[in-house]
Design a protein around this ligand. Structure first.
Ligand code: SF4
Ligand code: SF4
Length: 206
């Protein structure tokens, strides 16, 4: 468990550093293309990218720790569900522009990663994972159903006691435990495996 967390921190911090280098060297179109390709890879490995390689996730996690230390509480991003249609329209528009930028690097369209980053920095101050849950344009691609997802956690219904410990720790609200049904959504799961660590009944397996 500890090793997995350390690996996750290292890969996330590296991804933030790589993005910074791309932006500093003005190679945003290349960065966008790489992120679009990695997002398409989610057809095979689910949201591994979100959990381990997303620079925005790295920032969200670090800011969360910092705000927690100074006692600042952010909104529960679930409370913004009623506004999700607006967020999706914004997200889809950003995705369309990013695809155009990646395909035509010299287009005059001005939207670039630094602007996305600024928007993200602003939104994340108010609610954790707001970018991940609603606005991320790459996340829209990752909502496509996976063809092969070998690392997906599964809930074993027969031994599950419906205690909801996994539901409580899941950072992306990918788990729903109801009276006689358990549900784990692959389109939200970022493979952090906190649910597996939280389950005292060994009812989550990889
Ligand atoms: S807690 Fe489990 S279901 Fe939720 S994101 Fe992590 S691995 Fe996926
Ligand atoms: S923590 Fe384990 S036993 Fe409890 S609801 Fe989740 S899968 Fe079931």
């Amino acid at each position: 468990m500890r090793a997995r967390r350390v690996i996750q921190w290292i890969t996330l911090i590296l991804s933030l550093a790589v993005l910074f280098v791309f932006v500093r060297t003005k190679r945003e179109p290349l960065a966008i293309t790489i992120m679009l390709l990695l997002s398409l890879g989610s057809l095979f490995y689910g949201k591994l990218f979100c959990g381990y390689l997303c620079p925005f996730h790295a920032y969200d996690k670090m800011l969360g720790m910092l705000l927690e230390r100074v006692g600042v509480k952010r909104l529960d991003s679930k409370r913004l569900d009623s506004m999700r249609a607006v967020f999706y329209i914004i997200s889809f528009s950003i995705l369309a522009i990013l695809v155009m930028k990646a395909m035509m690097p010299y287009t005059k369209i001005k939207l670039q990663i630094p602007i996305l980053m600024l928007a993200f920095v602003f939104l994340t101050l108010f609610a954790p994972r707001i970018w991940h849950r609603y606005v991320c344009p790459f996340g829209l691609i990752m909502r496509l159903p996976a063809i092969a997802r070998p690392l997906m956690p599964k809930i074993i219904s027969s031994s599950c006691k419906r205690c909801k410990s996994c539901e409580k720790v899941c950072p992306t609200n990918a788990i729903k435990i109801e009276k006689d049904k358990t549900y784990l959504s692959g389109t939200h799961c970022i493979l952090c495996y906190r649910c597996e660590d939280a389950c005292k009944y060994d009812s989550i397996e990889i």
